[in-house]
Structures are given as C-alpha cells and as structure tokens.
Design a protein around this ligand. Structure first.
Ligand code: EPU
Length: 464
C-alpha cells in the first residue's frame, strides 16, 4: 500500500513522511516493557488539530501561495493532503517540515475522503468550496469512535449561510440557494471545536457581518482567527464566547507557523512522570498548558518552565486528583487518557469526569485486562455526587475512578481511539511486557510515538 507516496511526493524524490502510517496493517503491533525512568530531551511536533484546519482556512482565500511551517508528519495530514489533491489543489511537502500550498480555485466540488483513511476534516472545506464553486459533495466525517459525534451544528450552521443540504448515504450534497454565501447569525448549542472552526471559515467567505455565539475558543481556534485576521478578514471576539466576522474576498497569508501540539506534550509529560523520569520537552508552550501544569503540581509532579520548553520530573510520591474535562480553558478531553495512566501511579483514588464526549472510556476496559496488581479502573454511568453534566441521564459511562498504585503485567491492549493509543504505550512502558494492537488511529495523530519514547530510553518496538 503506497498510495500516499504517489499522491504526495514529487515524482523525482523518494521522500515519504507517511511511510510508517501507510505501512501499518491490521496485524502490526507495538511491544514494550518497563526499562526504567524516561530521561532526556525531546522535540514536540506541530499540532495535528491545527494543521488540517489551517489548510481548509487557507483555501478560503483568493489566488496566491502560502508556506506553512512546523508541519507534523501524521496520518491526519496525509488524509487531508490526499483530499486537497483530489480537489485539484497543488502543494509541495518538504523534508524541512514545510508545506507550500497554492490557493486558487478547485477543479471539482468533491470533498471526499477515502473510506479506509477517514478523518473529520472534509466538512471544514465546505465553506471555501461552496464560495468558489457554488456546490459541494462532502464526506460524512469519521474519526475516533468516542461518542455519537453528530454534525448537526455544522449542518444547521451552514444552512444559516444560505446553503441547501441533501443527505445521501455517505456524503452530503450542498449547494448555494442564492449566488453567494450570505452572512449569518448562529447560536451554537454547545461550544463545539469543529463547528466553531467551520462557521469561522465559512463566515470569512461570506460578505457581510456574521455573528456566532457560544463558540469554542481552544488555542488552535485562536490561531485560526489570527491567520484569517492577518489575511484581511475583520474578526472580533466578544466575551464570553461570541465571534463576529466581516467576511468577503481576502488574501492569503504568505507564512504560517503551526503551534506545538499541546496534546503531545501532555502525552510525553505524563509518561515521563509515570515512569519517575526527567524529560525536557523542547517547544512546549506554557500558556495553553496552564491547567494541565496546575494539575501536575497538585499531584506533586515536578515542572520547570524554561524559555525553550518545559521540564517534567519526578520528585516524590504522586498524590491522587479529580479532574473534569471541559471546553478550553478547562481541562482538555484529549488529555484524560494519558492522565489516567499517571493517576494509576499515584497513591489513592483519582477520578475523571468526562463531560465532552459521552463514550471516551472504552480504553479502560482494555487497560483492566493488563492490571497485575491493584484495583481495576472503574467507570460509572453516573456523574460525581457533587457535579452533574449533560450526560447524567443518558446511561453513558463517563465518570471513572482509578485507585492507585496499579502495576501492569503482561497481555494485549487493543487501541480504542487515538489518545487511548498513547495511553496504551504509556501503560506498556510501565509493564512486564505488553503488546499493543490497532495502531492506525495512533499514527493518524502522533508523529513517530515509538521513536520518541525510544529516544527517551523506553524499551519499545514497532513491528509492522
Ligand atoms: N457536537 C454535536 N453536534 C455537532 C458538533 C459537536 O452534538 O455538530 C458535540 C459532540 O458530539 C461532542 C461535543 O459537541 O459531544 C464536542 O465536540 P467537538 O465538535 O468540540 O469535537 P470535534 O470538533 O469533533 C475536536 C478534536 C477532538 C477534540 C474535540 C474537543 C479535531 C479533529 N478533533 O473534535 O480531538 O477531542 O475537538 O476538544 O480537532 C483527538 O485529537 O483525539 C480528538 C478527538
């Protein structure tokens, strides 16, 4: 299977940053066991949850070129670039982690992802394609199975811009009712990250003043706002969560930088602390991690914030904590899986109340299969006694308790979603010998996770 090489690399070179991603088969596995504390220095990659959206937003501009730097070589980018290629967008991906993107029109309206390599990005291209071609066929989003993940806010949001939508089995046919996208007013029922990004990109293509209330304001969304504003779109944020956009024709920003991946920082940092290690993460940024760092401090983990990054080090027994996942600036849902592994190494009962996705604890059943000594992790369908959430009455298993310390023995873990994938690696490097399977999702979101852990001294192997 070499489809990405042919699609992405200039024919004259052998450069294929997606080689590992496309080599992963259902039988591929990772084997790891405890070797000692993680130690050393590692560089964080660019954020995967920003790069794909930046590409979609860039295509909303008029003709021109942009160079995007600090590109992470993850499967999600491969999927998104393949989508660009099918839309007739030209680009060049370089070994120095830059992506040169040529912006202009689209050769066809098919925003369709390959069913084997799905992600959630196709619908974010709808605004630019509708603005330029007047119609679009859009794949139904895929991505990790961590809840129902409806796209009703995206669809009703797009309708408010004057888009008619017909639902087909695995795609949506969308067309403009008038000659242009119309500016809109839309109240998001929940501060959805993807829907906020979608409406922001669409609003930047629509002439006139759009107001979207109850928006998500994750750091990656602020970056998207900065890029669109630099390209000439008028944008304001009105507290607490309203984004006001005056869109229309705008130019491309010639240089864009992808910020470091805060989820990767949390993944490596928790692995470092869980193994009682000492790791400096070069490029880790302080501001988007304030709450996470506060939680580590509360647990007794060592942190040292430096100019070029953050050092995470073990300085004594870890204390249990309780976290609730929330929209930013609350504790991120994408950090809870790796945090659970750190909690398993603390003395006492920790808890995680997941309030963003209703089904994001499947991985705990997998982890329980490899608990050697200590209590199994326990997931309830109720909220904690002192705090309800919108999942209280749905029978959703969304509140977990972890009684540490837990030691992990031998056995197998099947990866249930991307972030659970890194949690599985952290478990494996604490264990007596674990095999991890179901790797495709892990490599869709992390750049060379095995190589990075190995570099820090872990005994871990990828067997393709
Ligand atoms: N929701 C709806 N209807 C919609 C949109 C969302 O009901 O139309 C609900 C979802 O079902 C969920 C909640 O709103 O209960 C929040 O979902 P959101 O739209 O914020 O999530 P997303 O945009 O699909 C992105 C990230 C996720 C991250 C979440 C929350 C990408 C590609 N994905 O998903 O990242 O967990 O925001 O921060 O950016 C990951 O990286 O592993 C990952 C899953």
């Amino acid at each position: 299977m070499r489809e990405f090489k042919d699609l992405l690399s200039p024919a004259e070179t052998n450069f294929n940053p997606f080689e590992i991603y496309e080599s992963i088969r259902p039988e591929s596995l990772i084997r790891a066991e405890y070797e000692g504390p993680l130690r050393g220095e590692i560089e964080v990659s660019g954020t995967k949850n920003m790069v794909t959206k930046v590409i979609a937003a860039s295509l909303s501009a008029e003709k021109g070129q942009t160079k995007i730097s600090n590109i992470p070589f993850v499967g999600d980018l491969a999927i998104t670039l393949a989508l660009c290629r099918r839309l007739g967008v030209n680009f060049r991906l370089n070994e120095d982690k830059t992506l040169e993107l040529e912006v202009g029109g689209f050769s066809n309206p098919n925003i369709l992802t390959d069913p084997y390599h799905g992600n959630r990005v196709a619908i974010l291209f709808a605004g630019p394609v509708l603005a330029k071609l007047g119609e679009a066929n859009v794949s139904v989003p895929e991505g990790c199975k961590i809840g129902e993940r409806k796209i009703d806010f995206h669809l009703t949001g797009l309708e408010s811009f004057g888009v008619a939508i017909e639902e087909h089995e695995d795609y949506y046919f969308m067309r403009l009712k008038g000659s242009k996208l119309q500016a809109a007013h839309f109240d998001l029922p929940f501060p959805s990250v993807g829907a906020t990004e979608n409406l922001l990109i669409t609003a930047s293509c629509a002439e006139g003043l759009t107001t979207v209330t109850n928006c998500a304001l994750e750091p990656e969304i602020i970056e998207l706002i900065k890029i669109l504003q630099s390209s000439g779109v008028e944008i304001r944020i009105s507290p607490p969560r309203t984004i006001i956009v005056r869109g229309g024709k705008h130019n491309i920003v010639p240089q864009i930088n992808i910020i470091p991946d805060r989820v990767e920082v949390a993944s490596l940092a928790t692995a470092a602390l869980a193994t009682r290690g000492d790791v400096f993460i070069n490029g880790a940024q302080h501001e988007p991690l304030i709450n996470f760092l506060g939680m580590l401090q509360e647990m007794g983990g060592g942190i040292e914030i430096m100019e070029k990054g953050i050092r995470f080090f073990y300085k004594g027994p870890l204390k249990p904590i309780s976290i609730t996942t929330e929209v930013y600036p609350g504790f991120p849902t994408d950090f809870q899986q790796v945090m659970a592994i750190l909690m398993s190494q603390a003395d006492g009962v920790s808890s995680i109340h997941e309030t963003i996705f209703e089904n994001r604890f499947k991985y705990m059943d997998e982890l329980n299969n490899v608990v050697d000594d200590g209590k199994p992790m326990f997931v309830r369908d109720s909220c904690p006694p002192d705090r309800g959430c919108r999942f209280r009455k749905g029978g959703f298993r969304h509140f977990a308790q972890i009684s540490g310390p837990v030691s992990f023995g031998t056995g197998e873990i099947e990866i249930t979603d991307m972030r659970a994938g890194f949690a599985a690696l952290s478990t494996a490097i604490l264990s007596k010998g674990i095999t991890v399977r179901g790797l495709k999702g892990l490599y869709r979101g992390y750049e060379d996770p095995v190589g990075k852990l190995k570099h820090l001294g872990a005994n871990i192997e990828l067997i393709l």
